[in-house]
Ligand binder design. Structure first.
Ligand code: ATP
Length: 275
C-alpha cells in the first residue's frame, strides 16, 4: 500500500453510500429530516410541519446509529449523540441538566440533529415506574418539556433509537414529539449482499470470493454481524499468511503486500462467528 492509500483508510464521514439494504427507510428519513433542514422554505410553502422527533426502532446492529450520523452529515447539520443509560447514570439533578445543555447547544448550532440512543432507558412507561424510578420519571418530563420547547421551524431534529419501542412512554409519541416512526429491520438476502459489498469495499478480495453465496448463507445476520464477518475474514487471511508472530517482519514484504482474502477465509470466519 502506498502511504496515500493508508491515509485514505482513516475514519471518514458516514454517508448514505455506507448503508446497505435500507433504501425505503433512507428515502423516508431524507424526506422527513434532510429536506426540511436544507430547504425549510419549501416546507413552509407546502404547509407541512416537519417532525421534531423521529423514532427509529429495530434489533441491535441494524444501522440506526449510522442512519442518524449519515443524515446529519448529508444535511450539513451539527450532530450530537447521547445515550439513555449515560443520562440516567448521572447524579441527582445532573440528568436533566445534561439534557438541557444538549438541547441548548443544538439550538445554538442549528441546523442540528440530536441522536438519543437506547431512549428506552430514560423513557420507560411512566405508570410502570415504581418509587425507585424517580430519575427516569424526571428525565422523561424534562425531555417532553425540551421537545415541546423546540419550534418546528427551529431546525433541530431529535432522532431516538430503541430496540423495544413498546416500552416507551406513550406521551413521547404524541404529536409534536416522536410522532414519526421508522422500522429498521433485519436485512433480507439482498440487503445482506449490499452490506457485504459495503464492508468489503476496501479489501483485497481473491477472485473466488462469492459475496452472493455469503449473502445466501448468512440468514439472520444484521449489519453489525456482517461487518464483523468481513473484519474477521481479513484477520483469518492474516493468520493464514503469518502463522507465527515471530515472522511479523514479513508484513513489510513485497509478497505479503500482495496478499488476498479468500472465500476460505470468509468461511472459516463464518464458522468462528457462528460458534
Ligand atoms: P444498537 O441498537 O445496538 O445501537 P444500531 O442499530 O444503532 O445498533 P449501528 O450502531 O448503526 O446499529 O451499527 C453497528 C455497525 O454495523 C455499524 O458500525 C455499521 O457499520 C454496521 N451496520 C449496521 N447496519 C448496517 C447497514 N444497514 N449497512 C451497513 N452497515 C451497517
Amino acid at each position: 500500500l502506498e502511504r496515500a492509500q493508508i491515509g485514505a483508510l482513516k475514519p471518514k464521514k458516514i454517508t448514505y453510500a455506507d448503508i446497505g439494504g435500507l433504501d425505503a427507510q433512507l428515502r423516508r428519513i431524507r424526506e422527513m429530516i434532510e429536506l426540511p433542514l436544507k430547504f425549510p422554505e419549501a416546507f413552509v410553502r407546502l404547509g407541512v410541519e416537519p417532525p421534531k422527533g423521529v423514532l427509529l426502532y429495530g434489533p441491535p446492529g441494524t444501522g440506526k446509529t449510522v442512519i442518524a450520523r449519515a443524515v446529519a452529515n448529508e444535511s450539513d447539520a451539527w450532530f450530537t449523540s447521547i445515550s439513555g443509560p449515560e443520562i440516567i447514570g448521572k447524579y441527582y439533578g445532573e440528568s436533566e441538566e445534561r439534557l438541557r445543555a444538549v438541547f441548548e447547544e443544538a439550538q445554538q448550532n442549528a441546523p442540528a440533529i440530536i441522536f438519543i440512543d437506547e431512549v428506552d432507558a430514560i423513557a420507560p412507561k411512566r405508570e410502570e415506574m415504581g418509587g425507585e424510578k424517580q430519575v427516569e420519571r424526571r428525565v422523561v418530563a424534562q425531555l417532553l418539556t425540551l421537545m415541546d420547547g423546540l419550534s418546528s421551524r427551529g431546525q433541530v431534529v431529535v432522532i431516538a433509537a430503541t430496540n423495544i419501542p413498546n416500552t416507551l412512554d406513550p406521551a413521547l409519541r404524541r404529536p409534536g414529539r416522536f410522532d414519526r416512526e421508522i422500522a429498521v429491520p433485519i436485512p433480507d438476502r439482498n440487503g445482506r449482499l449490499e452490506i457485504l459489498k459495503i464492508h468489503t469495499r476496501g479489501m483485497p478480495l481473491a477472485e473466488n470470493v462469492d459475496l452472493e453465496r455469503l449473502a445466501d448463507i448468512t440468514h439472520g445476520f444484521v449489519g453489525a454481524d456482517l461487518q464483523a464477518l468481513a473484519k474477521e475474514s481479513a484477520m483469518m487471511a492474516l493468520r493464514r499468511l503469518l502463522p507465527s508472530l515471530d515472522d511479523a517482519a514479513k508484513l513489510k514484504d513485497e509478497n505479503f503486500l500482495s496478499m488476498e482474502i479468500t472465500m476460505g477465509d470468509f468461511l472459516t470466519a463464518l464458522r468462528e462467528i457462528e460458534a
